[in-house]
Write a protein that binds this ligand. Structure first.
Ligand code: THG
Length: 261
């Protein structure tokens, strides 16, 4: 599993405050601690912290890059903010994201080719998020076709079938699980799959339990990557254990310790 730490997001109060005060210390500490906790990359999202999205994205990426040398997942719906983030990331980035809408793909996919980096494609179109797995796959197919036209390898496309809070839309988690498996039949080699895990539990009472249970199911259904909270030890350990039980990592008696090393 490729773990993308979710914590550098202006939706969190500590990050919002740091952006507003232009104080690099809390951001750099979050960057280092997430990597130490087992994240392989970091999501970078300005969120609602400021109206100067371009300036804030450039600052966040520069500050994070000084602290750690891992791929930075530039999380913005705005193509101009995306370009600035990719430039600041200096070639080690992931584009988060395009939707399946023609106009969005036309402005974002060329950036993936230009900066030679992976791109996340959300199964969203002009009508929003489809209700079931088949609707998600129609958009996933459009994303895959558009990438092929641009010369983007399927292994550089991460399909995100968009998980939503279970308390508002109880049928969604199961449809998303089905989509993950269907993505792997889409082409040979298939695209990769990704989720923003914490969405599933937003507004619920047992957040950590829901995140953890869902991650186990998603990994068992071909999930390759997740934007998630690496500070949640139980979550990380459930992920590691799932990979051992699925024979994706070698079993040894203290496999948790071995993985963390
Ligand atoms: N897909 C892709 N990118 C994404 C998402 C996705 N990026 C953003 C998001 N979804 C994933 N990241 C988060 C980060 C935080 C939370 C959920 C998803 C979260 N935050 C708390 C909340 O809203 O309750 C904030 C609590 C606090 O203020 O401390 O849950 O799906 N490609």
């Amino acid at each position: 599993m490729f773990v993308i730490g979710e914590r550098i997001n202006g939706m969190f109060t500590d990050v919002k405050k740091a952006i507003q005060a232009e104080d690099p210390a809390p951001i750099q500490e979050l960057a280092k601690r997430q990597i130490a906790a087992g994240a392989n990359a970091l999501d970078i999202n300005v969120g609602p912290a400021t109206t100067d999205k371009v300036g804030a994205m450039k600052w966040l990426v520069e500050v994070a890059r000084e602290a750690v040398d891992v791929p930075l997942c530039i999380d913005t719906p705005n193509a101009q903010v995306m370009r600035v983030g990719l430039e600041a990331a200096g070639g080690n980035a992931i584009i988060n994201s395009t939707t399946g809408e023609e106009e969005r793909m036309a402005e974002v996919l060329p950036l993936a080719a230009e900066f030679n980096c992976p791109v996340i494609g959300l199964t969203i179109d002009a009508e929003g998020v489809p209700r079931d797995a088949n609707g998600r796959m129609e958009i996933a197919l459009r994303l895959a076709a558009a990438c092929m036209e641009q010369g983007i390898a399927m292994t550089d496309l991460y399909i995100d079938p968009v998980i939503l809070p279970v308390n508002a839309m109880q049928a969604v988690p199961e449809e998303v699980l089905k989509s993950l498996g269907m993505c792997k039949a889409l082409s040979d080699p298939p695209p990769q799959t990704i989720l923003g895990l914490s969405n599933v539990s937003q507004g619920t009472l047992y957040r950590e339990l829901i995140n953890r249970t869902y991650l186990v199911m998603a990994v068992a259904n071909s999930l390759d990557a997740a934007i998630m909270d690496p500070f949640d030890d139980d979550l990380m350990e459930a992920m590691i254990t799932t990979e051992v039980l699925l024979n994706r990592n070698v079993y040894c008696d203290d496999f948790i310790k071995a993985y963390r090393r």
